[in-house]
Design a protein around this ligand. Structure first.
Ligand code: FAD
Length: 341
């Protein structure tokens, strides 16, 4: 079966790897894989599952959440890690090639539900997997738009405690955050609809900002899957499918799950959508409710403070990725991925 994968970011590379490993005839196209706009925070379980300890930059032990004028401290030892996201994507790209995926370093200009793709010329594929990211420019006309927040983040030299992540809920929209990168560096970012500069300045001050190293921006997806996950011969995966967590916009944990379910069902797109939503539907609903609660907390900080305080008491029992119940990834697919990393 001839499959075209559009995009060689995290999701596209994962799907290409799994399909090429199963013997599908995979071509993956990307003119120039983007350097990911990603803070790199993942659960310790994600790191353990993929066997990517070598990509850990820091392992924060505490979470401080700012709300109104108050702060809540949540002890979270061994829960989260900050990973080298750029390197992770590079390793996955190398792995997908090692598994046999062919690479075209070109932009896909058009795809259709009938299976046509325009790169240099128009060609037909049995399946097109669209992993083009949050803008989903190629497929917007078939699936509509996703709800996103524009995010900005800078890496900077700063006086930060390497054990501490700060989440600022006073930033309207999604978040403001300061994440330690080690070696006196921090990643400072906001995802909001306006006044990025104002909120960034506030966080830079709080981070003990000294000097900027680099700056990036990108869209953080919060809608959850919208408009379906397939149409005709097209299947959507990753950010293009809207899979990141509605609560935080984190896309890697659910993206891994999504890529596995997509690769397993490449011959039956309807089953892909059904299976993914059966497992993850309750999770998206739970996280949407939690985000609404978070937004309301911002309007009434004293109530938000009490809620957060209660949450901090049970935080050791909360799973960082899956709020509605612990899930495990299908182990044979994981061991296939691990054997290449
Ligand atoms: C500011 C910010 C912070 C984030 N922080 C975190 C975090 O801490 N933890 C976490 O889990 N997630 C985080 N995320 C989300 C995470 O980065 C995304 O979920 C993840 O990058 C999605 O991977 P993807 O492969 O689906 O898409 P992308 O990484 O966007 O990759 C899409 C690829 O498709 C290519 N492409 C696009 N159009 C075409 C075309 N026409 N033809 C060929 N190729 C094309 C692009 O060049 C790109 O390489 C963050 C996102 C943002 C914006």
């Amino acid at each position: 079966m001839r499959v075209l994968v559009v995009g060689r970011g995290f999701s596209g590379s994962l799907v290409s790897l799994l399909l090429a490993d199963k013997g599908f005839d995979v071509t993956s196209a990307d003119p120039n894989p983007v350097i990911p706009h990603c803070t790199g925070i993942v659960s310790r379980r994600f790191v353990y599952t993929l066997g990517i300890d070598h990509l850990i930059l820091t392992e924060p032990q505490r979470l401080i959440i700012n709300i109104g004028r108050k702060e809540v401290l949540i002890e979270a030892p061994k829960k989260a890690a900050v990973i080298d996201r750029e390197r992770l994507d590079e390793e996955l790209r190398e792995a997908s090639e090692a598994a046999g995926a062919k690479v075209i370093k070109k932009r896909v200009k058009e795809i259709t539900p009938e299976g046509h793709a325009l790169i240099d010329s128009r060609e037909k594929y049995r399946r097109i997997i669209d992993a083009e990211g949050a803008k989903r420019s190629l497929v917007k006309r078939f699936f509509g738009e996703l709800e996103t927040f524009p995010g900005v983040q800078i890496d900077a030299y700063a006086e930060r405690d390497d054990e501490e992540v700060l989440i600022d809920l006073n930033v309207p929209g999604l978040f403001g955050r300061i994440v330690p990168l080690g070696d006196n560096k921090a990643r400072i970012g906001v995802a909001t609809r306006k006044n990025h500069r104002k909120y960034m300045r506030r966080l830079m001050k709080r981070a003990g900002f000294k000097e900027e190293i680099s700056r990036r921006g990108g869209l953080v997806v919060v809608s959850g899957p919208r408009g379906g996950l397939h149409k005709g011969k097209i299947m959507l995966v990753g950010d293009a499918a809207g899979v990141p967590k509605p609560l935080t916009g984190g896309g890697l944990a659910f993206g891994l799950h999504n890529a596995i379910v997509a690769a397993r069902n490449v011959e039956d797109p309807k089953r892909y959508e059904r299976e993914y939503m059966r497992i993850m539907g309750p999770e998206y609903r739970t996280q949407r409710i939690l985000r609404t609660a978070k937004d309301l907390s911002r309007l009434a900080p004293p109530i938000g403070f009490i809620l957060l305080h209660l949450a901090s008491k049970i935080s050791s029992r909360l799973d960082m990725d899956f709020r509605s119940g612990i899930r495990t990834y299908p182990s044979e697919d994981i061991s296939r991925i691990r054997s290449y990393l």
